[in-house]
Ligand binder design. Structure first.
Ligand code: NIG
Ligand code: FE
Length: 428
């Protein structure tokens, strides 16, 4: 009998989030979390080699190394498909302005918001940025995230955007969390281009995207087969439809895969444009139209909703995630962890909000932070679910029923995090 490196047994509820057709889960299939009772998982070389009931797995593999899950629930490690965790400084003053009634776009137009983080990030050393982001990754890992996308976008000049990319590569080398890089030079217009957005778009489409792609080609990400994304913030006071089209078109021609921040506040038809450009994900979607929802449902693009952003702004309106799923879209959830609109490391918190305000059921929310989130960053065939051949990224929860992670909030129900078959957080 072949031997495994590790056997996890006595899993009361093994929640695999397995996709039955090799695609992200669309529409009603998001209700199915693919649960096995009294389950076990065998792991060899950091990958899952068997999944099933204890009898089934023990018939296939033996292992001297065992973890007793104590009858608790086990889920895939969470995937966070949209974060901005490389930055310096904080936005505590802005938080108070918002409590007093200031709007996010108003603060941005007045030269605050993202721009204040850009000023601090330009001044920070690579080492300082790595240090700050490693601490944020530690918090994410403790909350159950085992894979995350990270964006640039607080540099907004060729030099600092590249510095951010180097930081992201360092994070991937130093931290247990697997990272997917995204180039977001088009996050907003930097002060030196104020009133000349097209001039900045020229710089992005000329020098910046090319330099970013050269960095990727020399990085370990390309060697690993990790994709590289280009993203744009399509919004008032940021980039309009025409500018978005130029940036995404240039990026696609260079080889980038595509994401877009669209419909966060204003519908500039960015969703339609991004879906037609073949975007892997479109993110935010608060102001998406019914026609765009139908277009999304027919596509392979994942709709990423960000309930932490609305919650953080004290809003009671959220992206229409219920309607997206009911129309047949594949929905993922992210924290958007960033210093301005969503200072939140926890996908558990995002699930708690999505279930209450966006009316997702716990199974839909779990699929949205695992298998669908992996598809949203181009890793759907290797990450995001407990399936033979996939990376062994699992959470042992401190509860018998996984629905508890939606029901309880403000704490942490992750007892142990297993990454590539090794315990990287918590106890045995
Ligand atoms: O996804 N919308 C733009 N970007 C981020 C916010 C970044 C920031 O405020 O620093 C977002 O919400
Ligand atoms: Fe964002």
């Amino acid at each position: 009998m072949p031997s495994a490196d590790l056997l996890i047994h006595n899993i009361g509820q093994l929640v695999t989030c397995r996709s039955t057709d090799g695609r992200a889960k669309h529409g009603a299939s998001m209700l199915d979390a693919s649960i096995i009772g009294n389950g076990a998982v065998a792991i060899a070389d950091g990958k899952i080699s068997a999944v099933g009931t204890l009898d089934e797995v023990e018939a296939e593999y033996s292992s001297t190394e065992k973890i007793d899950a104590g009858g608790k629930a086990v889920t895939p490690g969470f995937v966070d498909p949209h974060t901005h965790i490389v930055y310096s400084g904080d936005r505590l003053g802005e938080f108070e302005l918002k409590i007093r009634g200031a709007e996010y776009l108003e603060i941005l137009a007045a030269g605050g918001g993202i721009i204040s983080t850009v000023t601090n990030t330009r001044a920070a050393s690579l080492h300082e940025l790595v240090d700050g982001a490693l601490k944020r990754l530690d918090k994410m890992l403790a909350c159950g995230t085992t894979t995350a996308e990270i964006k640039t976008g607080y540099g907004l000049d060729p030099e600092t955007e590249l510095k951010m990319l180097r930081v992201i590569e360092r994070l991937d080398q130093e931290h247990a969390i697997d990272i997917v890089p995204t180039f977001l030079a088009a996050h907003t217009v930097p002060p030196e281009f104020k009133g000349n957005t097209d001039g900045y778009v020229d710089l992005i489409c000329g020098e910046m995207l090319k330099a970013a792609w050269e960095w990727y080609e020399a990085s370990h990400f390309l060697a690993n087969g990790t994709p590289f994304f280009c993203d744009v913030f399509t919004e008032k006071n940021a980039f309009d439809r025409t500018q978005t089209e130029r940036i995404l078109g240039t990026a696609k021609d260079l080889g980038f895969r595509i994401k877009a921040h669209v419909d966060q506040f204003t519908n500039l038809t960015g969703s339609q444009l991004a879906i037609e450009t073949g975007a892997v994900s479109i993110d935010h979607l608060d102001a998406i139209s019914d026609d765009e929802i139908k277009l999304l449902a027919k596509s392979d693009t994942i709709g990423v909703v960000i309930p932490t952003e609305n919650f953080s702004a004290g809003k009671t309106q959220f992206a229409p995630a219920r309607k997206l799923i009911d129309t047949g879209c594949a929905v993922a959830i992210s924290t958007d962890y960033n210093p301005g609109s969503a200072p939140c490391p926890s996908q558990q918190m995002a699930i708690a909000i999505a279930t209450r305000y966006q009316k997702l059921l716990p199974s839909e929310a779990l699929n949205a932070v695992t298998v669908n989130a992996a598809f949203a960053i181009g890793l759907g065939s290797s990450h995001g679910s407990i399936e033979v051949g996939k990376q062994a990224d699992l959470l042992i929860l401190d509860c018998e029923d996984y629905r508890q992670i939606a029901y309880e909030f403000g704490g942490n129900l992750v007892a142990s995090v297993i990454k590539r078959g090794q315990i990287v957080y918590g106890s045995r």
